[in-house]
Design a protein around this ligand. Structure first.
Ligand code: ZN
Length: 143
């Protein structure tokens, strides 16, 4: 991903922001080398996830819907799945994304089924649709 900052005054290229380390909400001024204008940049940092992981999660959400399950996202972005008409009851599964870097966990999709972590190698390397099916099998087994 590239994120080129251009000068608001003259349009000159100032910096490629994607090569810098940012923390959320951080503000930095950049001086334009062409015209001397200063441009302030505020960072909004969000977790980057692999598209495969996102697709797998979305596919799982569809499977949960088709099977009449209840589900919701909590504030940390964890998708929690419950049996039909039992929202907040016994949790069948939880899904969340680990970011590409900065965590000890492997990047990508992480799943717990019935409160226990599902080993990543169960679905690692599968295309999203197949990965979702394999994961759903585990969830379906405790339904
Ligand atoms: Zn400029």
């Amino acid at each position: 991903m590239t994120n080129i900052l251009k000068c608001a005054c003259c349009g000159a290229r100032i910096a490629d922001l994607s090569f810098l380390d940012w923390s959320d909400g951080e503000t930095r001024p950049f001086e334009c080398g062409e015209c001397g204008c200063w441009t302030k940049v505020e960072a909004s940092v969000s977790l980057e996830t692999t598209s495969d992981a996102v697709e797998t999660r979305d596919e799982l959400r569809r499977l949960a819907m088709w099977n009449g399950c209840e589900f919701w996202y909590n504030t940390e972005g964890v998708l929690r799945i419950y049996p039909a008409d039992d929202l907040g009851g016994r949790e069948l599964a939880a899904l969340w994304m680990a970011p590409e870097t900065g965590y000890e966990e492997a990047a990508g999709l992480h799943v717990t089924v019935d409160g226990r972590p599902l080993p990543v190698d169960v679905y690692d390397g599968l295309v999203p649709r197949e990965a979702a099916k394999v994961i759903w099998k585990r969830i379906g087994a405790i339904l």
